[in-house]
Design a protein around this ligand. Sequence first.
Ligand code: GLU
Length: 308
Amino acid sequence: MGSHSKLPEELLTLLKEGERLRSQYYRGRFAPSPSGPLHLGNLRTALVSWLRARLRGGEWLLRIDDLDTPRNRSGALESIQKDLSWLGLNWDGPIILQSKRRKLYESVLLALKQQGKLYPCRCSRRLLGNRNGLNDGDGSNIYPGTCRELGLPWDATDGRLPSLRLRVGKKFSNTSGDVLVRRADGFIAYHLASVSDELFLGINEVVRGEDLAKALTSQLAVIDALKQKPIAFLHTPLFLGTDGIKLSKRQGGEAAMSTHAEFMNAENLIGFLAATLDLVPQGSELSALELLSELRNNQGSIDTVLTA
Ligand code: GLU
């Protein structure tokens, strides 16, 4: 199959529908991984993302990034829902579970493969010194293309699958490098699943934590490979723990829970989170809806906490 072959009709239809949804009105999303309870940083990102969607009169979807099953923790899904509801961050429509959408991602992979845009790669993460499959966004962790022209077999060898990479166009070769789209353990990679969902679900703006800013160029490269118009990605500052270290659900789950328990009520926590972004004075207590109506009179203030 030539590299110019078109995407299959079903995919084109799904992408068109996504494009139609994107052109309708603002549609954002919050997409936690159920690897533990949400920590304060996640909650603050959720709050900003929710505010942004509601200020635009748009929709806000809740997607659960649960493809990396070994990292899923039992009870995390329930705890995420409970915390968001408790805070008054209501989402639209049913919760979207990535684990229920594997077929869709497989069909995107297959289509890209048939277009000659993928190749098998045998480089280990250890070899690449890149443990999470994200590049660092500063050019320091770009896949050097080692397996690009080797024509390695697609099948498992000695019981081990290759990973699959997307051959990116020239404009991404120095920023994202060839993007990992299926991991060597056979799991669909985050970039592929996440981008497919933004496109199919009609998301036109992503607001997420700054730790994911390094995923940006890889995700734009996937959007480009699917010949779709870029969508907006904005990032909220990282919420650092008192020790100045990035919070992590996996390491800090229990600590986050107990910190969380210190907040007597949702108004207290919303006030605290909003004050850390200078949206309200310290010590404020207000509901998510009250914060929203305050910001309606001062729309610009939310923009100042977001970066590209
Ligand atoms: N599931 C990812 C995480 O929790 C976030 C994905 C995203 O917002 O793009 O780190």
